[in-house]
Every structure is written in C-alpha cells, then in structure tokens.
Design a protein around this ligand. Sequence first.
Ligand SMILES: C[S@@+](CC[C@H](N)C(=O)[O-])C[C@H]1O[C@@H](n2cnc3c(N)ncnc32)[C@H](O)[C@@H]1O
Length: 280
Amino acid sequence: MRIKLIQDIIDILRCKKTIMPKKINLKVPEECKENIFKLENGGILAFNYEIFNDIVNYNKSADVSLFYNKLDTWSLKDCFEERFNKQMSFLKDKFIPLVEANDTICDVGCASGEFTFEMAKYCREIDGYEMSQKMVDWANNYAKENNVLNAKFYQGMCESIDYQKQYDKMALMGVLTYVFEDSKAETAIKNIYNALKPGGYLIYKDNTNETENNFYFFGPSLDYKMIARSKKNILELFKKTGFEVVNEDIFHRLKFKNMTSNENEPVELISLGLILQKTI
Ligand SMILES: C[S@@+](CC[C@H](N)C(=O)[O-])C[C@H]1O[C@@H](n2cnc3c(N)ncnc32)[C@H](O)[C@@H]1O
C-alpha cells in the first residue's frame, strides 16, 4: 500500500498520471455507435469530424487547451522516454547539422522548452511560441535562472501568430495534433512558410495515419483529444504550400483495436518526423 502510494506520487511528479488517467467510459450517442472504435482505455476513435464533435458535445467536455494549460511544464522525456529519444536523435542527426551559428530559429508549440533549449545551444537566437501562458512563464524563468540569454518565449496560437521577423529555421513538433480544423492547420503551415527565409528548414513531428482519412481520438480523460491526420493529406498540404520533404522518419507506431467488434482490422497511429525546406 505504502509502496503504491510512493509510486503514485512519483508518477504524478513525472506527469504520468496527468496523461494516463484511469479508464473512463465515454458516453456515445446511439446514432454514432456504429461509426467509431471503442478503445481499450475507455476512449473512442472517430473517423469523421462531425461524429467526433457530436461525442465531444455529448460528454460536455472541456476544451483540450485545458489539459496543457493545467501544466506548468511538459516533458516528453518524463512521460515517454523512448519517443523522446527518437525525436531528439532525429533533431540532432537531421536538423542540427543544418543550423548555423548565426541562425535565428522559431519553435512553435514549444511547451516549456525541452527541445527549444537544446536548439538554443546551436544558434544565435531562438523564439518559442506556446499556447499555454503558464509554460511560457516557466520557460522564460528557466532561461533567466540558467543564464540562457538567446531564448525568449511568447504566448501564441500557431494558427494566428503574428511573427515579428523571418527565421532561418523553424520547428513545429507535436502541435497540429491538437488543431482539429484542417483550415486552421493549413493557416498555421502557411504562416510558418511565410515566416521562414527562402531556403529555410522546418522540423515537423506529428501523429498521422496511413489511410485517406483523419482519425480523431477522445479520452481517456475528458480534456484529452487529438487528431491523427492522413499522412498523405498532410504531405500534400506541405507540398501545396511550397515545402519539399528532405528527410523523413517514423518515431513510433501504435495499433488501436475496436473493443466492441472483432470485425474491424486494428488501425495504426504513426508518429511522423519530417525535415522540410522552403523551396523559394
Ligand atoms: C505534445 S506538446 C509538444 C511540445 C514540444 N514541441 C515537443 O515536441 O515536445 C504540445 C504543445 O503544443 C501546445 N499547443 C497545442 N495547441 C496549440 C496551438 N494551437 N498553438 C500553439 N501551441 C499549441 C500545447 O500547449 C503543448 O505545449
């Protein structure tokens, strides 16, 4: 009992309890039941935005922003160490070699700066933009206390940031998975394209899938929702905007089974890493 309590406290401190709450059972309207996967963790997976929204509304859920806004910091390393190592290796092996000492970088959706502070070691200046004001404050404070003079953090939503300068390199890692409307995701990508200098590079990471459709996840907690876009569609969107893929990696794959039916094949979520270049 005592050991369990100590383990629980350690887990809470390491965020595990925040992102992996106990199983819950989302309520699903009768008319939506046939078109979703019920997941092992009590959450659901929908294949269309209307159905996903119906279920979200039916559960009167809080907005996803609350999940991250509750946290002072977010550390992929503390929550999913293996995934962190993959992302960090991709960043160090494929992106950092492109960075020059005089470069300015912008890290969009930077959380409390876990990857921003790493990139800061290799460039002249780095700006981090993040939705959660708490994390922005934490990161600015960390920079001050640790004498990191070239990193500054600002509050901003990736779909509406008014970038104040053009950057040599940019990062958008694990962010569009919380931007549900395709039109907003498209605007975010276009704005990043415009904020990059010609020939500049973007490092991108996100949840995707290998079908033609977007997958929408809701749960297990009522403030956790995400979208895994069709990889094909997201690649087309980057291409249409004017980006060229110069490097690609898969960080991990996760299979999801429908718990209420054996008829469907499991679907797979793919964490995709890309290095993209602004072609003109
Ligand atoms: C999974 S974390 C990724 C953090 C970091 N980039 C990384 O790769 O570890 C997602 C972050 O995106 C932020 N976020 C979610 N939606 C956003 C939006 N529309 N604009 C800016 N940041 C957003 C969240 O607050 C959270 O800090």
